[in-house]
Design a protein around this ligand. Structure first.
Ligand SMILES: *[C@@H]1O[C@H](CO)[C@@H](O)[C@H](O)[C@H]1NC(C)=O
Ligand SMILES: *[C@@H]1O[C@H](CO)[C@@H](O)[C@H](O)[C@H]1NC(C)=O
Ligand SMILES: *[C@@H]1O[C@H](CO)[C@@H](O)[C@H](O)[C@H]1NC(C)=O
Ligand SMILES: *[C@@H]1O[C@H](CO)[C@@H](O)[C@H](O)[C@H]1NC(C)=O
Ligand SMILES: *[C@@H]1O[C@H](CO)[C@@H](O)[C@H](O)[C@H]1NC(C)=O
Ligand SMILES: *[C@@H]1O[C@H](CO)[C@@H](O)[C@H](O)[C@H]1NC(C)=O
Length: 491
């Protein structure tokens, strides 16, 4: 009887799902096909860090199903296959949004931290931010997302190291948090979801950061403090004239080709000079990079004060920006079927052994004694946190987009919907054949495209041009936009 009931319950909730991916060698591999996955990702944090106020605004980017349906449909049409979300609350229900992105064939990369005090490791005096209640929060995020088949990975930290001063002690604490998350998952979670780090592409500290986090500590059981993957936020491909060489992408490939773990861009999309033509897309998914990189994440979905948006949200209405069409056009040129059919392999370069001589820059942490688990936390790691949240896929009854969307000329786009993909399929360009109206933005009213092609393409020296950081940028743009409206209402 019991078994029967269980089966009925199971069949009632069976919905199509993407296949959970596993790290093999230096790739994210689909265990059913053996194919290595190339990430075509989108950074998704509408409103930026400032909008993350779960206590008052009552939301995070994955808590409103109508918004998720709208954005998933628009991203599905471009060919996006993964989103990265920075600031999430473990106390909100993400079932519907996770189900929408799953059905649209998109994986989720989840940052376990938030911009709120006590919810992230600090770059300076990191020991002041490393305590049981902080870890409890990161474990709660893991619990909240671990049941979704489309959860691809967790980031234990984002741009905690930005220069030499911030690299004095933070590296060993990043390894400590990585260890604690991996042990938590090993002890309490059904699936081995990978844990890695998202680095600022600041070349002074990039190589040491990569080596420090991915080397193996002799005698460490199961390499638990070693990052499972290493990602970088990189803004060195700038302007229409940039090339694989001038962008210094060639140096990244050369420098990272011996990586023992997967490598990808966790953010890219330099926005100076405008317009962004997204030529780097052809390099990222081309033969010069795919042996070393597993793709990348475009920064970012919504327009915020720092001008990196693909779409703009004003008064609840989404308008496509010129970047939507230009980026789509780049994805359209790629043979995704071929790119996503390359077989994975268990082979990977051997990780270097952690020792002080591995670290090159003076002042960068070269001590590999990883801090002890803070008081009170080992119990959580061993037995699980109290009141652990738990998500699950749910049925979505209607895939139509109900919120208003306008094309690049301001005309309404109608008939948008998420196209649920068959079981085990993820998205690529062409699977949702709906058209996004006119995506050639009318330059006359495209305020973000005000610099011409004449501006000299940046001959990049390989330094980050900018470090937009959704977790850091505090931009009350939404509020500013809402004020005149309020004034009108009360006039
Ligand atoms: C740990 O997380 C759970 C789930 O979010 C929460 O109920 C509990 O209060 C947290 N404990 C501490 C000490 O923060
Ligand atoms: C730890 O890393 C080393 C070096 O890459 C590797 O030889 C060893 O198999 C790893 N151990 C485990 C348990 O994964
Ligand atoms: C490394 O750090 C630990 C404590 O974190 C300390 O006890 C040890 O002396 C340090 N080693 C060196 C060589 O400084
Ligand atoms: C472009 O102009 C049209 C008509 O003037 C307007 O409705 C639309 O919102 C504008 N689009 C953007 C993205 O600013
Ligand atoms: C540009 O916008 C103007 C006014 O909104 C419109 O009349 C014109 O047809 C648009 N041009 C193109 C090429 O879409
Ligand atoms: C800008 O430059 C690109 C590549 O050099 C070219 O394809 C495009 O037509 C140019 N656009 C304008 C508006 O001049």
């Amino acid at each position: 009887m019991l078994l029967q009931t269980a089966l009925v319950a199971l069949s009632a909730t069976v919905v199509s799902a993407v296949t959970p991916l596993e790290i093999r060698g230096t790739g994210f591999v689909d265990p059913k096909t053996g194919n290595k996955f190339q990430i075509a990702g989108m950074a998704y944090q509408p409103g930026g860090a400032a909008a993350y106020e779960p206590e008052t605004s009552g939301g995070d980017p994955l808590s409103d199903v109508e918004t998720c349906k709208r954005d998933a449909a628009l991203m599905q049409m471009m060919g996006i296959n993964a989103i990265r979300v920075y600031n999430l609350s473990p106390d909100l229900n993400h079932d519907e949004c996770a189900s929408v992105f799953n059905a649209a064939g998109m994986y989720m990369m989840i940052d376990v931290n938030s911009p709120l005090v006590g919810e992230a490791l600090t770059s300076f005096e990191p020991w002041t931010s490393y305590y049981a209640a902080y870890l409890n929060r990161t474990f709660a995020i893991v619990e909240a997302f671990s049941n979704y088949p489309n959860t691809l990975l967790f980031f234990s930290g984002n741009e905690v190291i930005n220069d030499i001063p911030s690299a004095e002690f933070a590296p060993r604490y990043i390894r400590a948090v990585t260890r604690d998350l991996k042990n938590y998952i090993k002890n309490n979670i059904k699936r081995k979801i990978p844990v890695g780090y998202s680095a600022a592409d600041v070349r002074d500290v990039l190589w040491d950061t990569w080596n420090y986090l991915t080397c193996t500590i002799e005698d460490e059981e199961d390499n638990m403090s070693q990052a499972d993957l290493f990602a970088l936020n990189s803004y060195s491909w700038c302007g229409p004239k940039a090339t694989f060489q001038s962008s210094s992408y060639d140096k990244l490939v050369e420098g990272l080709k011996s990586s023992p773990v997967p490598i990808f861009f966790s953010e890219y999309g330099c926005n100076t000079p405008q317009p962004r033509l997204w030529n780097e897309v052809q390099s990222i998914y081309g033969s010069e990079m795919t042996d070393v990189f597993d793709g990348g994440v475009v920064y970012e979905w919504t327009e915020e004060k720092n001008n990196y948006g693909i779409v703009q949200i004003e008064e609840g209405v989404v308008s496509l920006l010129g970047d939507y069409g230009r980026l789509s056009a780049q994805y359209e040129k790629i043979d995704w079927e071929a790119i996503q059919s390359v077989k994975g392999s268990d082979d990977h370069p051997r990780a270097p052994v952690c020792r002080p001589s591995l670290v090159q820059e003076k002042g960068f942490d070269n001590n590999f004694t990883i801090p002890d688990v803070p008081p009170g936390a080992q119990r959580l790691i061993d037995n699980g946190i109290p009141n652990a949240p738990s998500g699950k896929l749910v049925d979505i009854s209607n895939w139509d987009v109900t919120l208003e969307v306008r094309d690049a000329n301001g005309d309404a786009i109608t008939g948008l919907k998420v196209v649920p993909l068959p079981n085990d399929e993820f998205n690529w360009y062409g699977k949702n054949e709906l058209k996004a109206g006119n995506t050639e933005q009318n330059n006359s009213n495209d305020s973000s495209d005000d610099s011409s092609n004449d501006s000299t393409a940046d001959e990049s020296n390989g330094e980050s041009q900018e470090e937009p950081n959704a977790a850091m940028a505090v931009q009350p743009l939404m509020l500013a936009a809402a004020l005149p409206l309020l004034a009108m209402v009360f006039a």
